[in-house]
Design a protein around this ligand. Structure first.
Ligand code: ATP
Ligand code: RIB
Length: 296
């Protein structure tokens, strides 16, 4: 137990802070620039590894300084990078983030993430087939996501699908995932035009909806139950969903029941939103234990 494979994106986050978002055609003066490791895949890998999970990262970077920064970051968290491939003909993915008016807006340039294909999954299969849980998100090509879901399902390997950022995908793929973890907006994109009742019935107790400062809704017997978030003062919520997913995965592979795992992951995410950067506030297990002890 305790082994997780994350198959997903590696980005360098280039973030700027400003008082407001510029309108089309407008130039404004901002405040701060930061360049830090991110990407939904790498964020989830780091969140789980910092808690103590044994994590393997499957993904792609460019042969550039950003790629080296990403590799160093993952290695510093003892994440296995055997199947983090370096591509000579493209750059490391980047995310261009504006932090303004209490929220973020992001443009992602996929770069090497667009080369995460079936052949890389086949190459990494010896590691994937032995794992306790696979995590996958929507920042790699859709065809690869479908391939991962079907291959893992056929071989009895549980998959957590974090369908972020929002996009539609063939509904039959969803039957292959053990956990599906959209936020509210991603949930609408995943099930266009379906009623809540139809979504709950279709996903059959495998759906968890992250609700920001409200917490997380999970479906049991076709009803949504809320596990409330912890009340904190957020500084930067970039990567809150990733932190939740990495922590939830850690808790599940370490034997926690679903509702306990959600509460634990809410605590991890609450700690992380209090610091700048997607990975900047991700806590260790001891920090989470201390936080939970103070809040009980
Ligand atoms: P992102 O795309 O920025 O990673 P998301 O939209 O996928 O985020 P959210 O639903 O905003 O994810 O947040 C994920 C989880 O993080 C929440 O379910 C909650 O546990 C925690 N969280 C987010 N915002 C707050 C907050 N303001 N206070 C406490 N916890 C929060
Ligand atoms: O979920 C947050 C992440 O989304 C950022 O780290 C950024 O890289 C984008 O991919």
């Amino acid at each position: 137990m305790n082994h997780i494979v994350v198959i997903g994106s590696c980005n360098i986050d280039i973030s700027v802070t400003a008082d407001k978002r510029p309108k089309a055609g407008e130039t404004i003066i901002g405040q701060k620039l930061s360049v830090s490791p991110g990407g939904k895949g790498a964020n989830q890998a780091v969140a789980a590894a910092k808690l103590g999970a044994n994590v393997s990262m499957v993904g792609a970077i460019g042969q550039d300084a950003y790629g080296q920064l990403m590799k160093d970051t993952l290695k510093a968290c003892y994440i296995d990078t055997t199947y983090l491939v370096e591509r000579a003909d493209t750059s490391t993915g980047t995310a261009h983030i504006t932090l303004a008016e209490g929220d973020n807006s992001i443009i992602v340039i996929a770069g090497a993430n667009a080369t995460v294909d079936k052949s890389l999954i086949d190459k990494a299969w010896p590691t994937i087939e032995k794992t306790d849980l696979v995590l996958v998100q929507n920042e790699i090509p859709l065809a690869t996501i479908g391939y991962i879901l079907k291959q893992c399902y056929d071989h009895g390997i549980p998959v957590l699908l974090n369908p972020a950022p929002a996009m539609t995908m063939p509904q039959e793929w969803l039957a292959y995932a053990s956990y599906i973890t959209p936020n509210e907006h991603e949930c609408q994109a995943l099930f266009p035009g379906l009623s809540k009742e139809a979504i709950y019935s279709l996903t059959n107790d495998r759906l968890l909806i992250t609700l920001g400062s409200q917490g997380v809704g999970y479906v049991r017997n076709n009803q949504l139950h809320i596990v409330p978030a912890f009340k904190v003062s957020p500084v930067d919520t970039t990567g809150a969903g990733d932190t939740f997913n990495g922590a939830f995965a850690y808790a599940i592979v370490n034997g926690q029941k679903k509702e306990d795992a959600i509460r634990f992951a809410n605590a991890v995410a609450a700690l992380s939103v209090q610091k700048m950067g997607a990975q900047g506030g991700m806590p260790t297990l001891d920090q989470v234990k201390q936080f939970l002890a103070e809040r009980s």
